[in-house]
Structure formats: C-alpha cells, structure tokens
Design a protein around this ligand. Sequence first.
Ligand SMILES: [Ca+2]
Ligand SMILES: [Ca+2]
Length: 508
Amino acid sequence: MHPIFLTALSLIASVVIACPTDAASPRPNVLFIAIDDQNDWIGHLGGHPLVKTPCLDRLAARGTTFLNAHVNSPLCNPSRTSLMLGLRPTTTGIYGLAPWFRTLPDWRDRVTLPQHFAAHGYRTLATGKVHHGGTGGPMRMGPSTPDDQATALPPEFQVTGRAGGIGVKPDRKLIPPTPMGNHPLMDWGLFPHRDEEKGDYQVASWAIEQIQNAPEDQPFFLAAGFFLPHVPCYATQKWFDLYPDDDSVLPVVQVDDRADTPRFSWYLHWNLPEPRLQWVRENNQWRNLVRSYLACTSFVDAQIGRILDALDEAGLAHETIVIVWGDNGWHLGEKGITGKNTLWDRSTRVPLIFAGPGVHAGGRCTQPAELLDIYPTLVELAGLPRRTDLEGLSLVPQLEDAASHRERPAITSHNRGNHGIRSQRWRYIHYADGSEELYDMQNDPHEWTNLAGQPEFDAVMADHRKWLPKIDKPPAPGSAHRVLTYDKSTDIAVWEGEPIRRTDPIPK
Ligand SMILES: [Ca+2]
Ligand SMILES: [Ca+2]
C-alpha cells in the first residue's frame, strides 16, 4: 500500500478511535466531601489504633491518600475560606469564626472553587456544612432579611439541599456543666435515636438523590458537608459498640507535656468552651468523650459509604473525581486539652483522599500537602482553565506518583504571627512573641520533646523559618471569635477582646 494512503488510513483510524473515547469520557464529575473537626483518627492514617473507618479506607485504596495533609488554619471558618478561595488565612486576614468573606470588599467577587466549576459548565450542588455557614453565607440563626436580599450575590452553589447539622438531640446536656461557659455544643454521649434522624444521614440521602438523578448531559460538582464528629457527639449503642468500653480507647498522653511548650502556645486556645484534659479526667468524661468521638467518626464513615455505593450503583464511579477532606483536627486529651486551635499535628493533620479519573490507585503520599492545594488540583484534574491567583500547588504530580517530590511544607496559621511549618520529617512552630517549637516527627510522632533551642537543630530551624508566610495580615474587619492579637511593644496579647498578661493564670 502507498505510504500516503497508509498515513491517511491511520489518521482516519485515530479519529475513529478518538471519537468514542471522547464520548465515553466527558468532563469528570466532582464529588466533594467535607468532614467537620475530623482529626487523623482514620483507619489508614494510623492516628488511632482502634478506629473503624472501612469506607474511607476502601476509598483510599482505590485512590491516593495523603498521609501528611494539613489544614491552613485549625478552625472551621478560616480553614474552609482558605480552601474555597485558594488563599492563605495570612493573605485574607480571616482567622476567626467571623467574618464571612463576602462581606469584605477584597473578596466579595472572588470566584470560589465551585464557582470556577460553574463558570465552566458544571452544575454545582451542595448540602450540609461546606462553608462555615452551611452551603454559603454567614452563620445565621433566623430567616433571611430584606437587607440580605438587597446585597444578594450570585449563589455559592446553584442547587442547595438539606442543611444537615446536629439533627435530633437530647432535651438537655448529657454531661455535667463544662467550665469556661458551659457551651450547649460541648456535649457528648450515648443517646437513643434512629440514624435517619441525624443531620448527617439526611445530608448523605440528599447527595444520593442528586447522584441518582444527575442529568446525563452536564457534569456535576456535588458538595456534601458532614457535621460530625464535631461536638455535640451523640451516638447510639450500635456505634458505641464498635469500641471497647475500657481505657484502651484513650490516646497516649504525657502528663507534663506542656512543660516544654512556650506559654504563648496557651494563648491560641486561651479561654474556650472545650474543656481541658484535667476537667474530663476529674469528671469521669475522658473515655466517654473518646468513645463518642470514635462512634461519630464511624457513623460519618458509614454515611460516606452510602454515597460512594450510590455512585457505584449509578455507574458513575469511573467518571467522578471523589475528594474527601477534614477542615481541622481535634485534641482528645493530647497536650492537656480537648478541641482545636493549636499548631500541632492533632489539630492540623486531617484526611485528604482523592479517587477517580487521573488518580493512581493505591497511592499513599507522605509528602506534605495543604488543603489550599485542593483548588488547583481539582481544576487541573477536571481539565478546566488554570488560575494564576491561587496560592496552593496542584497535587496532580502526587496523584500520578505518590513519591513525587514536593518542596513546599504544609503551612498552618492561627491568627497573625502564629504559624506551624510541617515538612516530611519535622514540625516547626513560630508564635507571635517569637517563641518556637521543633519536633522530630519520625522519632517523636506525639510531639512530646520540644527540640527548639538545642544548638544541633539550628540548621533545621533555619530551614523551616524560611517558609514563614511573607504576607501576614492583621485580622480582617469584622473578625471575631477565637481571634488573638499580640503587641510586641507591650508584650500584651488580646484574646477575644480581653488582654492576657504574662502573669495571668492559665484558665482551666
Ligand atoms: Ca471544623
Ligand atoms: Ca512536651
């Protein structure tokens, strides 16, 4: 056969071959799953030896999981804002539970991650806690007002479903009054109800309906945000029964662990509703809290499993990118506290799992990753136009080869001047008053021995200091709730409007 004819034939063949591929591989859907206050107590992350999360572990096995993924802020609103905007908290000045970023002129028109997908033909849907204020907007207690409508902006998502949240709850708190305000959310324990009465069950059900009824001619970006294991952690007997009712469930702690952490480390969680370890111990609540948290973790895992099963049953698993992330971790006694608002691994390390088209199956990445990386990663995976105004780095190299090197460490900021730098081996912390911590995560995974100040680690410290954010904005207008500022000239910190002096006793 004549060579030109052969070439023509092969061209035709390649066109013919290409056509069905294009038809069978439309732009991938995105299933975007958030878990609130979920630390690294996930089976395959190894954060707790007894935790049962079979659904997330199965997802990790069919995708790539990040074993060293960290939040950019250890608190709901700043963490989620950072992820959705693709900007560090130090760039926006959003560190507290307020403001909602749309109230700030700089970010009023910012195109968030789902809006970028919407702008490129995706149908965007959301249910539950995706932003700090649910599917969008500030946390509100009542119905919308005419003022809201007057300042109406394009919706964060085109379609919104069940609000989720706590769902059914007992008439009164199950645990004794907690110090530092006896906050109504600060509660946990065994509470009889049906799974279906929980907000998270309803969130999963709504997401499943959307998958089952997804239009065939338009890709979707479906966000489902789970509230648990955020407090209050109520669970029924069958979820409690997954865990032994003895002290084997307790995390290992060192009694005087805070002896070598700077006093300033307390300022980051100075006066909060979350009780200290001493209180949960003295009130016989430690095991109850740990089992409640574990039970709720398994409950959410099962709800995610329901959604993933629906995706399989709809035949969409091979054309849907699934991503699961947690917005911040939670201490359950480690470092003498419960709660978040710290720069240690228990507060910053979270699940981050990708699966689906373009993602290597069975990948386990130990390179540091940040939630900030999700925006550019999903944009690249879905083949959308890239943006040049994002501060994260695409994780696609690690999704193709988990060993692919990533130079940048994970950087977590909690209020201006306080930063945690997590590299593959080390955890370095710098506080606003200049005090520091350093941990060798390889030999001291519990971060028990602060190495800062030991001359043999000077080079490691210097190496990590290089990554401290160059932009470090003060709190944005309207900042409130868990906001800390510090004045070097007077050495006075201000926590939620109240001054803290060097000699003030640490609140219990
Ligand atoms: Ca949270
Ligand atoms: Ca220590």
